[in-house]
Ligand binder design. Structure first.
Ligand SMILES: N[C@@H](CCC(=O)N[C@@H](CS)C(=O)NCC(=O)O)C(=O)O
Length: 262
């Protein structure tokens, strides 16, 4: 439900979820007045107002489920704020295609770098898993056991949705091939700047890419940094521009967890 008494929308999410971050960044882009709830992942379905997965945006008119449903509703919910999707049909199709790429290639690759390599016991993957677990423990409502960060790489691997995403990513090629695909796509989309597709102002593509890349940077996740190494400088410059536009409202990563500020 929306926040009782105020009618403010409530976003139910996890601090480490890239899908949740897409919705969160969309609300920040809109300058929305919303409440953020980092719901506890244990017994998740019982803790959500409806549905079985995060993100959920609860509004006085009903609940929206999933990052895309939330993002695509925001222009209608906040008509006076800058638009996420342009009116022009071709530019809109370009932005939606990029959002699909983020959901179907970038995010699954991120999960694959935790899941697939964990199977081989890589130190980097265990460290990334621990960093994600520590952030979840620090934010989840009601708390998580002290050992949760140490178990996180293993717990993540047991989640059906993580396995599915990792399989999806494996279909794209080896880790090195996926890194090359990610760096090339970001390079193509960002070259010439200042925002994606040489736009003077940010839109949906910027918001969803930022939602995935910025938290990974703040939490110092090593997997994604390796993927982005060839375009790191260009991405950092663009992230600084985005951070200015999305300032105000609850940050994607709380300050006390941000170990790698821009
Ligand atoms: N397609 C959905 C995916 C959402 C999703 O995978 N949510 C995960 C967290 S990243 C979740 O709630 N997992 C818990 C579960 O499946 O039990 C979207 O775009 O929002």
């Amino acid at each position: 439900m929306s926040e009782p008494g105020t009618g403010r929308p409530v976003l139910y999410t996890f601090v480490t979820s890239p899908y949740g971050a897409k919705a969160h960044a969309g609300l920040l882009f809109k300058g929305a007045d919303f409440q953020l709830r980092y719901v506890n992942p244990v017994g998740l379905a019982q803790r959500l107002p409806s549905g079985r997965q995060i993100p959920v945006l609860s509004t006085p008119d009903g609940d929206l489920h999933g990052s895309d449903a939330i993002l695509y509703a925001l222009d209608e919910l906040y008509p006076d704020a800058p638009r996420l999707l342009p009116d022009d049909a071709f530019l809109r199709a370009q932005a939606i295609a990029f959002n699909d790429w983020v959901s179907e290639v970038l995010i699954p690759s991120l999960f694959a770098s935790v899941y697939l390599s964990a199977a081989r016991g890589s130190g980097r993957v265990i460290r990334d898993g621990w960093r994600l677990g520590r952030a979840m423990r620090a934010t989840s409502e009601g708390g998580l056991p002290r050992v949760a960060p140490y178990l996180w790489p293993w717990l993540l691997r047991r989640q059906g949705f993580v396995r599915d995403l990792a399989r999806q990513a494996a279909g794209l090629g080896s880790a090195a091939e996926r890194s090359a695909i990610i760096a090339r796509r970001l390079d193509e989309a960002l070259a010439g700047g200042p925002f994606f597709f040489q736009k003077a102002e940010p839109g949906l593509a910027d918001v969803v890419a930022y939602a995935v890349l910025y938290p990974s940077r703040c939490l110092a996740l090593e997997g994604i940094r390796r993927d982005m190494a060839p375009v790191a400088e260009m991405v950092d410059d663009w992230m600084r521009r985005m951070a200015e536009r999305l300032a105000g409202g609850p940050p994607l990563i709380p300050d006390n967890l941000n170990v790698c500020p821009l």
